[in-house]
Design a protein around this ligand. Structure first.
Ligand code: B12
Length: 258
């Protein structure tokens, strides 16, 4: 039995757990554009019941300014989770140590692997891309700057797509790493598709750098839809990114080692 699945047997059907096994209890939070009060509370419970929570308990209700109210609702759902229908994007290459990453690049690429990174659009959330690129790293792992065989150019925040394309060309980037944290009005989707289209227009086919995008709200199986080679989500570590770079740029069958 897999450790990651807290179940009694190999069943693929599970229900949420709150107070007792299989009670179906979940908690959700949301905001309604209604002033704080009994009307707002009733509206919140109505929404929860329409979403399939029965019984639904209002455990928190607080004003957000004078016109909105924030809620936390706790309740039981009747829905079942069918694990056999869940698609998981499993890594299809090994997780390498920093030493193995450097050795692979040195021995097989025989030149430095160039990475250009940026946070594009109006997004100023640089902590994520810095976690991957900067030497201080993330979750106990050093960032890509630690790799002796990589040259990392971090352009920082609010980089415009034409600037990114120009930098990738000037630096002869093997890979372009883009971060998108703000998701309001699907900004991360629009910015990423605009970025990938710009690269495909600016570079001849077969010479487009490897395009990687990351951020906490991306769906990891969305690379094709976004026009990029790879998507990394919440909690990504630098080692996962370095291992993927080796897999895609150094080990790639028919890859250009020159
Ligand atoms: C710190 C922070 C800020 C700081 C940013 C400082 C900086 N230099 O980055 C400041 C104060 C400037 C800020 C401003 C704003 N923020 Co802010 N911010 C946050 C906060 C609290 C933490 C983000 C963070 O640093 N996470 C830690 C890093 C390590 O995690 P990460 O970004 O997910 O990165 C990891 C992975 O996603 C992945 N990854 C990320 N990028 C990449 C790229 C690649 C290539 C790869 C491989 C992997 C990868 O790897 C990383 C490591 O695992 C979040 C809330 C939260 N708790 O997440 C809100 C949050 C992101 N901010 C938010 C908002 C709304 C704003 C503002 C619009 C607020 C305002 N009204 O002014 C402004 C926007 C400014 C702008 N122009 O972008 C919202 C976004 C909501 C949404 N749906 O889009 C959030 C979610 C808060 C909230 N709940 O409302 N913010």
């Amino acid at each position: 039995m897999s450790d990651s699945l807290p179940r009694d047997d190999q069943a693929t059907i599970v229900r949420p757990y709150g107070d007792t096994t299989g009670d179906g209890m979940i908690q959700l939070s949301f905001t309604l554009p209604v002033p704080h009060g009994k009307l707002a509370d009733g509206g919140a419970l109505q929404l929860a019941r329409k979403m399939g929570l029965d019984p639904a308990l209002l455990v928190h209700s607080a004003p957000v300014g004078e016109t909105h109210t924030f809620f936390v609702v706790y309740g039981s759902v009747t829905h079942l989770v069918d694990l056999s229908q869940v698609a998981v994007d499993e890594r299809d290459h090994p997780l390498l140590t920093p030493k193995e990453v450097d050795a692979a690049i040195r021995e097989r690429l025989r030149r430095k692997l160039v990475v250009v990174g940026a946070c594009i659009g109006t997004d100023a959330h640089t902590v994520g891309i810095d976690a991957i690129l900067n030497i201080k790293g993330f979750a106990g792992e050093k960032g890509l700057e630690y790799q002796r065989e990589m040259r990392v150019v971090n352009l920082g925040a609010q980089v415009l797509v034409p600037e990114l394309v120009a930098a990738a060309r000037a630096e002869r980037a093997d890979a372009v790493l883009v971060s998108q944290v703000v998701t309001q009005r699907d900004a991360h989707i629009h910015n990423t598709t605009a970025m990938s289209a710009a690269f495909r227009e600016a570079f001849p086919e077969g010479e487009v750098p490897l395009l990687i995008v990351g951020g906490p709200r991306f769906e990891e199986d969305s690379a094709q839809r976004l026009g990029v080679d790879k998507v990394f989500g919440r909690g990504t570590t630098p080692g996962e990114v370095a291992s993927y770079l080796v897999h895609a740029l150094v080990d790639r069958p028919g890859g250009d080692p020159a």
